[in-house]
Design a protein around this ligand. Structure first.
Ligand SMILES: [Zn+2]
Length: 80
């Protein structure tokens, strides 16, 4: 698979390295917005890196680093 920063190489569920990735919009408009107020571009929602394990099907979504950087100062997001 493509090497993405901070994404573990092996599946955390089954340990397989047979995984695939693509990019998808985090939504907005008529679709749910899964990363509200984390866009760094007013005209576009952030893009997820989606990783799917071909063996067990576990699917993970990774937000872009520039969106992650906005989390600590966002009133929309609550730190757990
Ligand atoms: Zn797996």
């Amino acid at each position: 698979m493509a090497t993405l920063p901070s994404i573990p190489h092996a599946c955390p569920n089954c340990g397989s390295t047979d995984r695939y990735t693509t990019k998808v919009s985090s939504g907005g408009g008529y679709a749910p917005n899964y990363l509200p107020r984390l866009s760094t571009k007013w005209w576009a929602s952030p893009t997820f890196d989606v990783v799917v394990c071909a063996k067990c099907g576990l699917t993970q979504f990774f937000a872009p680093q520039d969106s992650c950087a906005k989390l600590p100062n966002s009133s929309t997001w609550t730190r757990l």
